[in-house]
Write a protein that binds this ligand. Sequence first.
Ligand code: MLC
Ligand code: AMP
Length: 449
Amino acid sequence: MFAEPSDREALRFGDRSLTYAELHHAAGTLAERLRDHTRVAVWATSTLETCVAVVAGVLAGVAIVPLNPKLGERELEHILGDSRPDLVLRDEPIVFGEPGTFAEPGPETPALVIYTSGTTGPPKGVVLPRRALTSNIDALSKAWQWTADDVLVHGLPLFHVHGLGIGILGPLRLGGSVRHVKFSPEAIGHELQNGATMMFGVPTMYHRIAEAVENDHALAEQFGKARLLVSGSAALPASDHARIAGATGQGIVERYGMSETLMNVSVRFDGDRRPGAVGLPVDGVDVRVVDEQGHEVEQGAIGEIEVRGPNLFLEYLNRPDATGAAFRDGWFRTGDMAVRDPDGYVRIVGRRATDLIKSGGYKIGAGEIENVLLEHPSVAEVAVTGEPDDDLGERIVAWVVPAGEAPEPSALSDHVAKLLSPHKRPRVVRFLKALPRNEMGKVLKKELS
Ligand code: MLC
Ligand code: AMP
């Protein structure tokens, strides 16, 4: 799964780093403690300790459940209750002791359980086996000409597939290095000036980079040095693509992924970096665009993306119902709507469910937020929607019918941040006398804008 021990730097967080030899030693030591466990939860702080714990789990064949370190009490309770970890690690001190020896676990062994939001209830645990990770990293290595010579820089959180699944495990498998920074255009630019060759980010980060490089010539030059800038987790606006290309000379490479499928489609390193398109299926992955009956649509027509291949997850933990509903004839139904260009390039044009919001690259279910807002004593009725936002892609809006006097909007945002996660908090609260509903009583969200 991972590159061999050596003196090469594997990981760097600020002024702390580990070589491959140190990483194998530390992770092997911790893996010995994890032996015979089934699942271990890790508070996924942006630290070396988190990476060592994840590598230890992978070595020992134990599934790691990364937890957002800012998780609120309700969401945490759900994730722990659902995943029932044998152990919870938080910034576990790095120890160079007696490393255990382990046979390579089988390809179907669960490696990560990533919690992802649906439209209504609490998040579901996506169980990713080792072969999904190894096959996907190898396919991306080919697509991006990504090798052991690369030094990746990013500031992504370590509890999702983008930052952890490919942003940490990718370099560690390929034998390159990764430098993790607290995201700012300047922090990324500094690393690109000093040896980093490629960057991963979500469109919100590229929007902030676009703003920054247009006003700072030296920063633009730093970004111009990169071998490769990759964007994903949400649609990169064509305007930000063009602004960055104009200021730095870099065409951003877009790829499309999901917790359940890892990165299934991407523009190639030497491919056409066309704004608004996410490229072609990566090697070994089948992608089709189908109508509601599951028949492939004609080229140029809109349909839903379905995916098949070794990159797919095993199941939603404890949710055979949801797992069954997510597949049709062996194909995973993404819920994303797309068209294909004449050359096969995929263009994502929307989502099947209006109750899923992508904000800052995080997927957020409207129903989950509505449920906790209804628990607030000042809320009689509520509907949550996503509105276009230049920075976040979409911002979360709560439409509230107050019970009595209207509360402070910040009280409602804090309530959501505290019970769920800060990134799920409404950025805007609008008060109404009543929600628009149809004769069946269903809220007409399209009328809320
Ligand atoms: C604000 N904060 C609060 C708060 N209000 N905390 C508690 N209560 C409140 N009411 C805190 C936040 O926690 C944060 O702290 C700070 O204030 C600012 O928060 P923000 O404004 O929400 O976010 P910002 O810092 O601006 O972050 C933007 C961002 C972030 C782009 C850096 O959205 C991000 O990291 N996005 C990446 C999401 C991602 O990885 N998605 C991949 C999913 S996988 P602090 O301490 O943090 O500053 C996937 C598949 C695929 O999609 O294809 O990849
Ligand atoms: P998540 O469930 O958090 O893994 O988010 C996956 C979703 O992010 C996908 O279903 C898409 O809706 C969205 N997504 C990821 N990459 C892209 C992209 N390049 N363009 C548009 N949407 C994307």
